[in-house]
Design a protein. Structure first.
Length: 96
């Protein structure tokens, strides 16, 4: 294997466009992305902590819980581990 082979993309095309709802607002995403990835790509804010400081995913692998939100009624879901699908409902407020 050459160095060029090690750095190639695994896919060349993004998945189909879907729409998820984040705090009542439609957000476009592509299948194959995580909820956290879609929110970051679209500039959707995550929760703020008790002092009002913004929060966002730190690890993007499910360790830190900074991206936790309510996903389809399930509280404290790590959005960096959940793939998007059409019609998902994500609520970021009221987590803390």
């Amino acid at each position: 294997m050459t160095t060029d082979d090690a750095w190639r993309r695994t896919t060349k095309e993004r998945g189909d466009i879907v729409t998820i709802g984040v705090d009542g607002e439609p957000v476009r995403a592509c299948t194959g992305e995580t909820v956290a990835g879609a929110m970051l790509a679209e500039g959707v804010p995550f929760e703020r902590d008790r002092s009002g400081a913004p929060r966002a995913p730190l690890c993007n692998m499910g360790t830190c819980f900074e991206c936790a939100a309510t996903v389809d009624g399930r509280p404290l879901t790590r959005t960096c581990l959940v793939p998007v699908r059409e019609g998902m409902v994500i609520e970021t407020s009221g987590r803390l």
